[in-house]
Design a protein around this ligand. Structure first.
Ligand code: SF4
Ligand code: SF4
Length: 369
């Protein structure tokens, strides 16, 4: 699951009390990479079997709360495939009085309604007060009946009309709503644009569901989809929304965002098995890409590349995370290795823009016994 550039994201901060830079306020755990689906646009290495240790993640959560992190979310893979992790970390987050964001889910992982009811009831009892962020679009397949069962069950267990939010990936906000419309029909709901919220809402007597658009980024498995060099440059946003975050992968690696490029090794800022939270934040601020990105913005890298090697870019793109992924995988960022995606073909040994031959990938962290 990815939650790139979600306008509902609680990490969005318009003021920077200590100046621009990396000031995370959001923690998200990906307990498992694994998933019950195999979406063709997925940029998560769902083949990998790693699972995040519950005691190690719990310790990091406590440190994060003490440090001042206020919001927590869960992503994956499919988070509900590792329910003991989800329930344990939810209970600890409630204990620490963190504010809950979403659990990103495809909503079709359950065997039957009984097991779905059982797990969602345990989640409520663990103290979860956030939203269940469903991914519904053509890439996730047609699962309308099961999604409707998921929505109705969640509504009845949590007793909230806004328990569900929906994310959909497409080239523009008004495209890619066909599957969402099918779900609305199944739930007896209507979809309408909210000028106030600047997004679509799905509304019925039972539900008030916000629809969050993800700018589809053709990266990793989806690179062959193409179409991202549309001739218009992105506007600087200093990665607000998907960034200013600590996203912990099932291997314990920490990323500064949940954007489409965040699985790249180059965006790793530490590991919770071996680093303290303060070490991770200090490293992010010193990082040749992450530190500069949050201080000076993605446009700083774009302008530098255009000045130095304009032929290295096929055109202009309005998609921030696609551009980020492109310049990192092609070795266009000074001081960082090129190549280096974790799935697809972007692994192995490649040259960066300075023709330096660099072996990619980081050694697996040592795990506590
Ligand atoms: S549901 Fe999410 S994690 Fe699973 S395959 Fe699809 S995009 Fe990947
Ligand atoms: S542009 Fe890069 S660093 Fe920023 S949110 Fe997207 S993937 Fe993350």
């Amino acid at each position: 699951m990815r939650r790139p550039r979600d306008p509902d994201c609680p990490t969005v901060t318009k003021t920077f009390p200590t100046g621009r830079g990396f000031h995370p306020n959001y923690l998200a755990f990906s307990g498992t990479y694994q998933c019950n689906l195999t979406c063709r646009h997925c940029c998560v290495p769902i083949e990998w079997t790693d699972r995040l240790s519950i005691p190690v993640a719990t310790r990091f959560l406590k440190d994060a709360a003490a440090w001042g992190i206020e919001v927590i979310g869960f992503t994956g893979g499919e988070p509900f495939l590792y329910p003991e992790f989800l329930l344990a970390l939810t209970a600890e987050a409630a204990q620490q009085r963190l504010r809950f964001d979403k659990i990103m889910t495809n909503g079709v992982w359950f065997e039957n309604e009984e097991s779905l009811t059982s797990l969602l009831t345990k989640l409520r009892e663990a103290g979860f007060t956030g939203k269940l962020g469903l991914s519904v679009d053509k890439f996730h397949g047609r699962h309308t009946h099961r999604l409707a069962v998921f929505c109705r069950t969640a509504r009845s267990i949590f007793h909230r009309d806004n328990i569900i939010s929906i994310s959909y990936a497409s080239p523009s906000p008004r495209d890619g709503l066909a599957r969402v419309q099918e779900l609305a029909d199944a739930l007896g709901a209507v979809i309408d644009w909210s000028p106030l919220l600047q997004r679509f809402l799905m509304v019925s007597p039972e539900f008030t569901i916000t629809l969050n658009w993800n700018h589809l980024a053709p990266v990793e498995r989806a690179e062959k989809l193409g179409g991202s060099w549309g001739g218009i440059w992105f506007e600087e946003d200093y990665c607000e929304g998907p960034g200013q975050a600590l996203i912990v992968t099932p291997r314990g690696e920490v990323k500064p965002c949940c954007g489409f490029a965040s699985d790249l090794d180059q965006l790793t800022i530490g590991n919770i098995y071996s680093d303290s939270l303060q070490q991770i934040i200090d490293r992010a601020r010193r990082h040749p890409y992450v530190g500069r990105l949050f201080r000076d913005g993605l446009t700083a890298f774009r302008d530098e590349i255009l000045a130095r090697a304009p032929q290295a870019l096929p055109g202009a793109t309005s998609n921030h995370c696609f551009f980020c992924w492109y310049i990192l995988t092609r070795g266009l960022v000074p001081g960082l290795p090129g190549g280096g995606g974790q799935v697809g073909n972007w692994t192995g040994t490649r040259t960066n823009i300075a023709d330096e031959l660099i072996s990619l990938g980081l050694p697996a962290p040592r795990r506590p016994s």
